[in-house]
Design a protein around this ligand. Structure first.
Ligand code: HEM
Length: 229
């Protein structure tokens, strides 16, 4: 083991090292969400604009860019979940050891984070099967012609799509609760939170989460209600 690997391992073994991993990977995913939302909002600009954007995503860098992004996202997601699990275990062990409950408030909020995080994880799996892998052969056929039409068909047409939209709305709501807590603790971990800036950070985190929520929820709902077709 060389010196660099040893110090990386020591950092990972420390609680602040893992917190930093959660914060930095969280930041990467928060930025991905802003980009993904901006691209998805092109659905309101019409079929041509959305399909052109999808074509660009799949062909940029001779098709390599999307795979680099996918690989990066998977690494970031695995590190985020893994470091969170280890931190939760450490916190639990410390609480049992000292039989001391000063962390009731913190553990309540982290319990919410675990459940919202798990729902988002389930959503990501469903979403990738829905629009990237396209396990529904009808959607897969439509996607060959137009990604725009695939998204429209994914959120409209029948009772099943109503359930899909409902699941998206619930998942987006939990995602945004997760982001609002997460962005605030990210600022804290990165050392930007002081008594003075605490309320500003809270408002910025909440504001960001609300914008992301409104943008993402608007798409399936607008399609289901027939405003985009
Ligand atoms: C209603 C909102 C959303 C819509 C309409 C939407 C739309 C899409 C579409 C059309 C794709 C397929 C891209 C392609 O392969 O051609 C996709 C992929 C993806 N989306 Fe979303 N998305 C939404 C929300 C989200 C959210 C909230 C997340 C994260 C929590 C997310 C994460 C992803 C990921 C990770 C992929 C896979 C990228 C890839 O490997 O191709 N999406 N989305």
């Amino acid at each position: 083991m060389n010196a660099l690997t040893r110090s990386a391992a020591a950092y990972w073994n420390s609680s602040i090292g893992k917190k930093l991993v959660v914060a930095v990977t969280g930041l990467a995913m928060v930025l991905f969400l802003a980009g993904h939302l901006t691209g998805n909002l092109l659905i309101y600009a019409g079929k041509e604009a959305f399909d052109e954007y999808a074509e660009f995503l799949h062909t940029a860098g001779h098709g390599a860019l999307i795979w680099v992004a996918r690989f990066g996202l998977i690494v970031v997601l695995v590190l985020h979940v893994w470091a969170t699990i280890l931190l939760t275990r450490e916190n639990r062990a410390a609480r049992n050891k000292y039989e001391f409950n000063a962390t009731i408030q913190a553990s309540k909020s982290s319990r919410i984070m675990i459940w919202s995080g798990l729902t988002v994880l389930a959503f990501i799996v469903f979403h990738i099967l829905h629009f990237t892998v396209r396990t529904n052969s009808h959607l897969a056929e439509i996607a060959k012609e137009s990604p725009y039409e695939m998204v429209i068909a994914g959120f409209s047409g029948g009772f099943l799509q109503v359930l899909v939209v409902l699941f998206y709305v619930i998942a987006m709501t939990l995602l945004c609760s997760h982001i609002s807590h997460g962005v605030a603790s990210m600022f804290q971990t990165l050392g930007f939170r002081s008594k003075k800036s605490a309320s500003l950070i809270k408002r910025v985190s909440l504001g960001y989460a609300v914008v992301i929520w409104a943008g993402f929820v608007s798409i399936p709902v607008a399609i289901l209600l027939g405003f985009v077709n």
